[in-house]
Write a new protein. Structure first.
Length: 312
């Protein structure tokens, strides 16, 4: 009897376990199906969102450089194409700061990568076109300003001349010249070598007063000259030419301590100074005709000098 009762309980317990298994299976299967469906919907949605139309956005730098670069891989420096500003493209995927796109005008499956900053959504297309037009106009304005200088209203534009661009140098107030000097006593046929020191005070750019002291020696004869007079100059940025007419005296002597005689003398000539800098110049040459009136006779002489000029 007890065995029959136990068999009945076991049979009922088995039925309950079987019913619970079926119930659990019915609960699990719809849940799994829902999970799979949601996953598929998510992938489809992401794919749909990823493969959307987009437009190329250009800032001022990209606009001036002629468009946006397309690279063969994220982070690569190899440019395969260039996209024009406002061009419509197909956005495939966004990763690592780059947008994967279908390159326009190429076969399906040929893709490239553009910096994400330059790819914008379709809803901003009109704004991008407006901004592109604004940037294009701004670039044209900048180019026009570089070609045509801006002029102040109601004021005549200054006329620029290449001749007036170089500022004429101011004349030095004073000049000191030191040099080697060669003198030829033409009348007596004597060659003499010596030195010369001169100074000039300039009243303006073209007129000044000059004075000089010189000594020459040769064939047992010595001659010291002290002269002064007006000087006329023609100045440029690189050189100065001058002419002078000096009057004074020349002292002739024999030997070192021999007898001396002083005669009326003059120096008529000129020369050219080459500018080295603001303070120093080189006197390329100075040539003078130096007549001397001695004992009622005119003695003809020629003098040549070269040296350096210090300006103040």
């Amino acid at each position: 009897m007890r065995s029959k009762i136990l068999e009945r309980h076991l049979a009922k317990l088995g039925e309950k376990i079987q019913m619970r298994k079926v119930h659990n299976d019915r609960l699990v299967r719809p849940s799994a199906i829902l999970v799979v469906l949601s996953f598929c919907l998510t992938l489809c949605a992401n794919r749909t969102l990823a493969q959307e139309k987009a437009y190329v956005y250009c800032d001022s730098q990209a606009n001036s450089s002629g468009g946006v670069s397309v690279f063969d891989a994220p982070g690569s420096m190899n440019v395969t194409h260039r996209l024009s500003c406002g061009q419509e493209v197909t956005s495939l995927q966004v990763s690592q700061g780059y947008t994967k796109i279908q390159v326009p005008g190429t076969q399906p499956g040929y893709v490239g990568y553009v910096v994400q900053y330059f790819i914008r959504k379709p809803e901003n297309a009109q704004d991008l076109r407006d901004q592109l037009a604004h940037l294009t106009e701004e670039v044209r304005t900048l180019k026009a300003q570089q070609i045509v200088p801006t002029q102040t209203p109601n004021r005549p534009s200054p006329r620029i001349s290449l001749e007036t661009e170089k500022v004429e140098p101011e004349h030095p107030r004073a000049e000191v010249f030191g040099s080697y000097s060669y003198a030829r006593l033409v009348t007596d046929g004597v060659n003499m070598h010596g030195w010369m020191v001169s100074g000039a005070g300039n009243v303006n750019r073209w007129f000044g007063i000059a004075g000089e002291l010189s000594g020459h020696y040769g064939e047992g004869t010595r001659a010291y000259s002290f002269l002064g007079g007006p000087r006329f100059s023609v100045r440029s940025h690189k050189a100065t030419g001058f002419f002078h007419a000096l009057v004074g005296g020349t002292n002739f002597g024999v030997g070192i301590f021999g007898l001396t005689n002083t005669h009326l003398a003059a120096a008529i000539g000129g020369g050219t100074d080459i500018r080295i800098n603001r303070w120093v110049g080189a006197r390329a040459i100075q040539v003078d005709y130096c007549p001397i009136l001695a004992s009622g006779s005119l003695v003809h002489n020629v003098r040549v000098a070269t040296g350096f000029v210090v300006k103040f």
